[in-house]
Design a protein around this ligand. Structure first.
Ligand code: PHE
Length: 459
């Protein structure tokens, strides 16, 4: 049965733009800030290998499922799930999946914009030459001084929230699409420039060795599990961001090839970010396992010493900000689309409401670093106790995998195979379709369920 709906919010002008927008969503703080420090903390190569396997076997099939649900429903995730459940004669409760996504979106946006605010602040620090003469201690002091000052971080959090709101308020074509058209090519260019710099440090080989030489004795079980959670976070899966972007996708484009392209680009950016960062870390005798401070503490030391550091330092933090910006717009889009559809709100009002709420919630993260139980140590701190950690774990290690599991089950078990094959544009008997179906029905759910069992301490 072929159901063709259209979205009231508009449509991307081409398949290429969809790829750019979804890559913009996927590539963010997760790739440039989180991935390198997670790889650093978990011993490098072995973690990277597990992460790649999770992307290929769990991330890609779930991403295809999420895009297909979005494109078939053509509405905000909550309403998409309502209509698709009806089409499949399934329980209307499936729309709760959309609600879980909206809640995850608020929680993620709340801390995302605080961290993105740090990046924004560091652009200013970099251009003004503050990194000159940084040592390990002075860089760590500067970073801790910055993040523990709630007045300052609230200012940058507010600025980043406004930047995100301005884009989303303008809508799919003149907001989201225009932003990714400009920001994504810039981001790729900046990344290549930084990679070029890293190649010339003389430590490129050591960086590669660290990232790609798999020593499994350095990888704990926790490391394996965090690789899986991170696969969801980095691909923007499980909360409706990719679903809502799929709902704006032109009807004829192939979901399989676009999804491969997006996942490949996301992975490539994470790896290139690692290849750009670790040689700089090693060239300056810094610690790869420095944790969340890796890019904010280690790199400024290097930027403060290297020739052209003012330029490269500024470029790096601009890159980080742009990457975060194109992700943040996708984090709030599901909730905004829902308010427009169901509350009859104008897009501007809806954006204001969503960003406003996330902004208030973000103050918790601000305070989490601003004195409410945050402990920080340079080069040793793995666990920090605070609201930020709770939000990060609740979303990355719980809500996103849960949403992803529900998406996989819905697309694999609830929807008729004729319908999913039709939307994917693949014949039901083709090898590609069968492979996807096995992955989405068995492999991906089993992976996520094992992950939960372990988190609950059962396995
Ligand atoms: N994928 C983004 C990143 O890597 C974060 C994100 C998560 C965006 C969930 C949308 C939804 O930074």
């Amino acid at each position: 049965m072929s159901k063709k709906r259209t979205s009231v919010h508009g449509q991307w002008s081409s398949r290429m733009i969809f790829i750019l927008a979804a890559t913009g969503s996927a590539v963010g703080l997760g790739n440039i800030w989180k991935f390198p420090y997670m790889a650093g903390e978990n011993g490098g190569g072995a973690f990277v290998l597990v992460y790649l396997v999770c992307i290929a076997l769990i991330g890609v099939p779930i991403m295809m499922a999420e895009v297909l649900l979005g494109r078939r429903g053509r509405q905000s995730p909550i309403n998409t799930m309502t209509v698709l459940a009806k089409d499949a004669d399934a329980s209307p409760n499936w729309h709760l999946l959309g609600w879980v996504g909206v809640v995850s979106g608020f929680l993620i946006m709340s801390f995302y914009s605080v961290i993105a605010g740090w990046a924004l602040a560091y652009v200013l620090e970099a251009v003004s030459g503050s990194f000159n003469g940084f040592t390990g201690k002075s860089s760590a002091d500067a970073f801790v001084g910055h993040i523990s000052n709630p007045g300052v971080t609230t200012f940058w959090h507010t600025l980043f929230s406004i930047m995100t709101a301005v884009v989303v308020a303008k809508g799919v074509r003149s907001g989201l699409e225009k932003a990714v058209r400009i920001l994504m090519p810039t981001l790729f260019a900046l990344l290549i420039l930084l990679l070029g710099y890293a190649i010339n440090t003389g430590y490129f080989g050591q960086g590669l060795e660290f990232l790609f030489n798999a020593d499994f004795s350095k990888l704990s079980r926790e490391g394996v599990l965090s690789a899986l959670g991170h696969a969801f976070f980095t691909l923007s899966l499980g909360m409706g961001a990719i679903m809502v972007y799929g709902s704006y996708m032109p009807g004829k484009s192939s979901i399989a090839t676009t999804t491969f392209t997006i996942a490949a680009m996301d992975t490539l950016v994470a790896l290139v970010a690692g290849m750009a960062i670790f040689p700089i870390v090693f060239a300056n005798g810094l610690e790869p396992g420095a944790g969340p401070g890796l890019v904010f503490i280690s790199l400024p030391i290097a930027f403060g010493q290297m020739p052209g550091g003012l330029l490269f330092g500024t470029l790096f933090f601009v890159l980080l900000t742009f990457a975060a910006w194109t992700s943040a717009i996708s984090i709030i889009e599901p909730a905004v689309a829902f308010l427009v559809e169901n509350r009859g709100m104008g897009r501007k009002t809806a954006t204001g409401v969503v960003v406003g709420l996330a902004w208030v919630l973000g103050l918790l993260t601000v305070m989490s670093f601003g004195g409410w139980g945050f402990e920080f140590e340079f080069a040793g701190a793995k666990k920090t106790d605070g609201i930020f950690d709770i939000l990060d774990i609740a979303t990355t290690n719980f809500l996103l995998p849960l949403g992803g599991l529900a998406i996989a089950l819905f697309a694999g078990w609830v929807m008729a195979s004729g319908d999913t094959a039709d939307e994917l544009g693949l014949g039901e008997q083709t090898g590609g379709y069968r492979l996807w179906r096995v992955l989405v029905r068995f492999v991906a759910p089993a992976g996520v369920i094992l992950f939960f069992l372990h988190s609950l301490g059962v396995w």
